[in-house]
Design a protein around this ligand. Structure first.
Ligand code: PBG
Length: 327
């Protein structure tokens, strides 16, 4: 038998060659770490449905972020748990609201930390929906255009507190445009928008609603979040957000949506972020607790899959663990 000239295995046999010529490499700078912030002091409350995830009061958040920065995590996205919820989400845009205070504290403490804020009403409304609820003909509706005013006020207050990027996630139509206008009108032309453009109505958000206390009291989010059967619609949402002024677009969740990640990346020339959501995190944690997998091995495999599919940036509750594993 003549030996074949082309032997793909040659690139695999030698460990040094294998490492050097990987097509996809993860780096800690690919990641954004999410944090939940609450009022009070000395609080580090574990989230039952998400092992290893906590609600931090601002003093403890500062300590936690300082430790993460030392591991190389230089970007965070913040979710607020307000002291009080009401029908109009009034604590979402207050200058002394939880996120506004947290952003100011982090920006004062850390010069090299990229601070991103989630812009959505679900954590701030008494009904737990992402937009304003109104009653018409004895039925409840999410009022898209009314919600835009509040979302714009909320994003503006985050920018005033010092956020670098605002990330609208309510899936109200034209939210990016409303926020871009409000920012520009107030001199925040340089604040970027990371749009949750293709956000699907997903069962994988379950544990997050426990962490952020943001479950809808009645109904679901299917009238504003996308149907997971649709991919052309995802592209349409992305294109609309880009037209409205998005600087970075996002696909969320990530694990069951890698075809969407691939298609979006192929059709845009902006950075693409993906959100490895709470359910994807808790599912792995639980399986590893049962010793079904080695955690570092499967997490790295999944994260590499996101990047191979086209993700430029990955938002993940595993970011701090990954930082350790990459060392
Ligand atoms: C706010 C928001 C949600 C998530 C991010 N921003 C919850 C939802 O839409 O119900 C989910 C993140 C996660 O599951 O980790 N609307």
């Amino acid at each position: 038998m003549k030996s074949p000239k082309c032997r793909p295995r040659r690139l695999r046999i030698n460990r040094l060659i294998r490492e050097k010529f990987k097509e996809t490499k993860l780096s800690i700078s690919d990641f954004i770490m999410p944090y939940f912030v609450c009022e009070g002091r000395y609080i580090k409350r574990s989230v039952k449905s998400m092992p290893g995830v906590f609600q931090f009061s601002i003093d403890n958040l500062v300590k936690e972020v300082s430790a993460s920065l030392k591991l190389g995590i230089d970007a965070v996205i913040l979710f607020g748990i307000p002291d009080k919820k009401d029908k109009i989400a009034s604590r979402s845009y207050a200058s002394d609201g939880i996120i506004q205070k947290a952003v100011r504290a982090l920006k004062t403490e850390f010069k090299n930390l990229l601070v991103i804020t989630d812009v959505c009403l679900c954590g701030y409304t008494s009904h737990g929906h992402c937009g304003m609820v109104v009653k018409r003909n004895n039925k409840f509706y999410i009022d898209n255009d009314l919600s835009l005013e509040t979302l714009a006020k909320m994003a503006l207050s985050h920018a005033q507190a010092g956020a670098d990027i605002v990330a609208p996630s309510s899936m109200m139509d034209a939210q990016v445009k409303a926020i871009r206008n409000a920012l520009d009108k107030n001199g925040f032309m340089d604040i970027a928008i990371m749009a949750y453009s293709a956000k699907f109505a997903s069962g994988f958000y379950g544990p997050f609603r426990d962490a952020a206390l943001s479950s809808p009291k009645s109904g679901d989010r299917k009238s504003y979040q996308m149907d997971f059967s649709n991919s052309k619609e995802a592209l349409k949402e992305v294109m609309l957000d880009i037209k409205e002024g998005a600087d970075i677009v996002m696909v969320k969740p990530a694990l069951a949506y890698q075809d969407i990640i691939y298609r979006v990346k192929e059709s845009i020339n902006l950075p693409l972020a993906v959100y490895n959501v709470s359910g994807e995190y808790s599912m792995i944690k639980e399986a590893c607790r049962k010793k079904l997998f080695e955690e570092d091995r499967i997490v790295m495999e999944i994260m590499t899959g996101f990047k191979r599919s086209g993700a430029d940036i990955i938002i993940s509750y595993f970011a701090k663990d990954i930082a350790r594993w990459l060392r």
